[in-house]
Design a protein around this ligand. Structure first.
Ligand code: ADP
Ligand code: MG
Length: 570
């Protein structure tokens, strides 16, 4: 439990403010997280890490020389928004590109992916390396589906050291991927963690038992076994880790024994001693181990063991010095934050957007009419969308879509021009609505604004491009394919029908009408499908015979767009 707090709702922001106050020589607060107080060399790659809060030292604690340039800080165990990730990256960027790195969780992938797209759109070379070290979360042949736990730290250390050395973004990305590929973690939980202000832990482990394969968001382990002594526990963990090694693993390994929150350092040292002995017996040389709290899960009682298989390239990067609030290694010459003068803030300045043209403002006013039409239909169908989502999901789709469209409408200012208006609207939708669909609709608005804002383009081509851009945004961010029972099942036929009808010479209102009908039919037809992704997947059977909520709302919006176009054309 949490013993020290004011209002639990402000816990995260107050903890972050106190953290920055305590470490002002190393980090400074920016909108969305923290960046280095003393920026790295101009032209270097900015490693930007992040995720939910509740994992300290991950993620803010590893910002500093030799490690991350910035950290994006979400709410407890909740992905930060795309806007947060974008703003922190802009503040951290030093001209050499941005490498995002974070644990592989659907929400983080969505939001950081959107931020990456926006940075690229502005000409900043942004990339992503996901951390996938948890061997309990998927088999080795599906390593890309594994989630990231304590091994995040390894990837951050390697990428951070390469960036500090002045490596190009291609190199930093390659080395980060290589490090991730050679990192494996397995953990154990003895007791669950409790949110600040909550009375009950997220999960409990039965007395006398321990849970192997813990997550770092209060996910219980995958199998409960009777508690053992440290030597037996070490044998269980090391045995599994030695059975799951990269090809050409080599004979030198970094060991991390990580505490999840309430396991004492002395206990971790006992475990480390047993782990090291087993590795030695297996003929493996342990290099520069770490024992302590590197990636935690609030007050969870648990520990994990990470093996990072070194090679000649990676070992010097692991050994390189670092100076961060939570992690210091070797000796780094640290410039005082004040010495950097204007340089500190120059890096964080927002790019000045060009003044919107009259054409763009007029187009934005037109687009506002479409947002209004979408708002009307989403308000009208809120209860129905909630009911559909409740069958196999969590019932929040109606509220989520209504909250999102309202936030988008409030944030939309036509004077900003079409593209900036829809970007702000998309940000607001994603940030306020939350949830998978909120993030995806945020991406849709941003992508559509980008595609439509082309003065002088043929309207039919621009609309078809915008629809295609929306589909690309959803599939690249969310990874869903046709047939997975998501909004893609309605969006894909919308796009294809629109393309076909325009190619056949239909007027825009007619083509949009046909496309909206195709989306509506396809949304209804999702009743026959089993969900392959998202929250509904575990309840796939219950979902049979009912349409997908996100496909249904997409078809409603498509219909509203078609009707608005028909009215405009009159
Ligand atoms: P959450 O699932 O976070 O509660 P919502 O209930 O608002 O979010 O939205 C659920 C809808 O989101 C689903 O019905 C589905 O259409 C859509 N969805 C979920 N995951 C994906 C994905 N990976 N790609 C595209 N659409 C998705
Ligand atoms: Mg839902």
């Amino acid at each position: 439990m949490t013993r020290i707090a004011n209002d639990p709702a402000d816990f995260v922001s107050q903890a972050l403010a106190g953290f920055v106050a305590a470490h002002g020589d190393v980090v400074r607060a920016v909108d969305g997280g923290v960046v280095r107080a003393v920026p790295a060399a101009r032209g270097s790659v900015a490693l930007v890490v992040g995720g939910g809060s509740g994992h300290y030292p991950a993620f803010a604690g590893v910002v500093g020389a030799g490690m991350a340039a910035g950290a994006v800080c979400g709410n407890i165990f909740t992905s930060p928004s795309a806007g947060q990730a974008y703003r922190v990256a802009k503040a951290a960027h030093r001209g050499g590109g941005v490498l995002f790195s974070f644990g592989n969780y659907a929400g983080d992938v969505l939001h950081f992916g959107e931020a990456e797209a926006r940075l690229r759109d502005e000409g900043i070379d942004a990339r992503t390396v996901l951390c996938t070290d948890d061997i309990a979360s998927a088999p080795l042949d599906e390593i890309d589906r594994r989630r990231g736990i304590a091994g995040d730290f390894v990837v951050f250390k390697i990428a951070g050291a390469a960036a500090e050395r002045g490596d190009s973004i291609d190199e930093v990305e390659r080395l980060a991927r290589l490090a991730n590929h050679r990192t494996r973690t397995l953990g154990v939980a003895f007791g669950g963690c409790t949110f600040p202000g909550a009375g009950e832990p997220l999960f409990t482990v039965p007395d006398g038992m321990m849970s192997i394969g813990l997550g770092i968001h209060g996910e219980p382990g995958i199998r409960d076994v009777p508690r053992t002594d440290s030597a037996t526990l070490a044998a269980t963990l090391v045995g599994a880790l030695l059975a799951d090694v990269p090809e050409q693993r080599g004979a030198r390994v970094v060991v991390i024994v990580n505490g999840l929150g309430t396991v004492k350092y002395e206990e971790l040292f006992v475990l480390y001693g047993d782990v090291a002995a087993l590795l030695e017996a297996a003929g493996v040389t342990v290099v520069q181990p770490e024992v302590g709290e590197l990636v935690t899960s609030l007050d969870m009682a648990g520990a994990s063991v990470t093996l990072f298989w070194l090679d000649d390239e990676l070992e010097p990067l692991w050994a390189a010095p670092a100076y961060t609030p939570a992690y210091r290694k070797g000796s780094v010459e640290v410039a005082a934050a004040t010495d950097a003068g204007d340089e500190v803030f120059e890096a964080g300045e927002a790019e000045q957007l060009p003044e919107a043209s009259e054409w763009s403002k007029t187009a934005a006013t037109l687009a506002l009419g479409y947002l209004d039409a979408a708002r009307a239909t989403l308000h009208e169908h809120e209860a129905e969308l909630g009911r559909i989502d409740a069958i196999a999901g969590d019932g929040d789709h109606g509220v989520g879509m209504r909250t999102g469209i309202d936030a988008a409408g409030e944030a939309a200012d036509p004077d900003a021009g079409l593209r900036a208006m829809l970007a702000a609207a998309g940000d607001a939708w994603s940030e306020r609505a939350g949830g998978t669909s909120g993030a995806l609709w945020g991406s849709i608005l941003v992508a559509v604004g980008r595609a439509l804002d082309r003065e002088g383009a043929d309207p039919c081509t621009a609309v078809a491009d915008a629809a295609r851009a929306a589909l690309d945004a959803v599939t690249s961010r969310g990874g869903a394919r046709v047939g997975d029972k998501t909004m893609v099942d309605a969006l894909d036929p919308f796009v294809r029908t629109l393309d076909q009808r325009l190619a056949a010479g239909d007027a825009l209102p007619d083509a949009l009408d046909a496309a909206a009908r195709a989306a509506t039919d396809a949304a209804a037809a999702t009743s026959a499908l089993r969900p392959a992704l998202g929250r509904a997947r575990p309840l796939a059977e219950k979902s049979l015979g009912h349409p997908d909520a996100g496909a249904t709302s997409l078809a409603l919006i498509a219909t509203a767009i078609s009707e608005t176009t028909r009215k405009e054309a009159r």
